[in-house]
Design a protein around this ligand. Structure first.
Ligand SMILES: [Zn+2]
Length: 383
């Protein structure tokens, strides 16, 4: 159940996820937490309804592709416009149902489509967008890039997404080759920042991570071949790391929901082998790690919480994994002052559970324990 922009709502004797042994009385007014106080002991230990509830901040997924309906873009082009729109609306709905209240779209979704889906389909997902991605086909010099970036700025997108290396489509020996010259790369970042746009960089590793550190982009994505030295560089220059770890496990499994050809599965398997090291280096260096899924098809939207399982498997603690999905993700978005925490004055984006989310055995259990999802924003604030 999605509870949109509550005018007034109170939870008595509720637990806040991650704070053990204390209950709270929490009031939401006009979509924000207006009061959070520890409950008195006078009514004993039980919740008033007899059923214990837990509240966590809404999850922030820093890497989604909500506009894409198929793994292969040619398959999407064969669908008619109405069908695509309905599928995109369902992607929004599935994402919200699983407790993701904010998403950063990593390419393909223009702000105009977000506004349409929020208004006409009533899906109150908060989305930051990057519109078109800059990739190999755009390595045509800075004059061209300046022109193309103007078109992206004109869509109203808040982010520029650079495809700095290949991905699953590239053979292993070429996947770390840069798509741009360093001159082009640093121009894109400088030009974006001069226009108050943030920059996210798709890179599997290699020299483009060094360029990202030098140019001080906001985040690098995937980065499975990150070195220990580069992790230190990210930490020092304040560049965040969004590993999007679970998608490569899914892609590596020939029997998984993506059911990819063997050559692609093999490339994904190499990524899966490297990813735990990258996450460990980042954690040890103190890099800000963000939760992102890279989920892009109907078989994946709504299963976003699986990324928590993978982050735990790769060495984050429960607290760190949740931090990556809430407060740290909000910081990466530049919204840390009002998003990602259960705190007075903050937007009431939240998930209500009927079991302690920090005790969930896996994402499927966690998902099943969701009672409702609250989105604090009024519709007008989302478009
Ligand atoms: Zn992506």
């Amino acid at each position: 159940m999605i509870n949109k922009h509550p005018r007034e709502q109170t939870f008595n004797r509720i637990f806040i996820a991650g704070i053990e042994g204390k209950r709270f009385d929490i009031t939401i007014k006009d979509g924000r937490f207006s009061s959070i106080v520890e409950s008195g002991r006078e009514y004993g230990e039980l919740a008033p309804s007899g059923q214990d509830l837990w509240i966590s901040p809404g999850v922030i997924d820093l890497h989604t592709h909500l506009a894409w309906t198929d793994f292969d873009h040619d398959d999407q082009l064969r669908r008619d416009a109405r069908e695509i729109e309905a599928m995109q609306a369902e992607a929004f709905a599935a994402t919200l149902r699983t407790g993701v209240t904010t998403a950063r779209d990593a390419g393909g979704l223009p702000p105009g489509t977000v506004a349409h889906l929020v208004q006409h389909y009533g899906q109150p997902l908060r989305v930051q967008t990057s519109s078109d991605m800059l990739g190999a086909a755009d390595a045509r010099g800075v004059k061209y890039l300046e022109q193309h970036m103007k078109e992206i700025f004109d869509t109203g997108a808040g982010w520029i997404k650079i495809m700095a290396t290949g991905g699953l489509g590239a053979p292993a020996e070429k996947v770390l080759d840069p798509n741009f010259s360093q001159e082009e790369f640093s121009f894109i970042v400088r030009h974006a920042h001069a226009h108050h746009k943030k920059v996210m960089v798709h890179t599997w590793g290699g020299v483009t991570i060094d360029w990202s550190i030098q140019a001080k982009v906001e985040s690098i994505e995937h980065g499975m071949f990150l070195t220990e030295e580069q992790a230190n560089g990210l930490a020092q220059s304040g560049v965040a790391y969004v590993p999007t770890a679970s998608i490569y496990r899914i892609a590596a499994d020939p029997a998984g929901v993506l059911a990819l050809p063997p050559v692609i599965c093999d490339r994904a398997a190499r990524a899966v082998e490297a990813h735990p090291n990258a996450v460990r280096y980042a954690k040890r260096a103190g890099v800000r790690i963000g939760f992102g899924t890279d989920y892009a098809t109907p078989a994946l939207h709504g299963y976003n919480l699986q990324e928590l399982d993978t982050l735990l498997d790769y060495g984050l603690t429960r607290v760190e994994a949740w931090q990556a999905a809430t407060a740290d993700a909000a910081e990466i978005l530049g919204s840390g002052h009002e998003l990602g925490q259960i705190a007075e004055g903050y937007l009431a984006d939240a998930i209500i559970f009927d079991a302690d989310p920090y005790q969930a055995g896996n994402a499927a259990q966690l998902r099943k324990s969701i009672v409702s999802v609250i989105t604090g924003a009024a519709e007008a604030d989302l478009i």
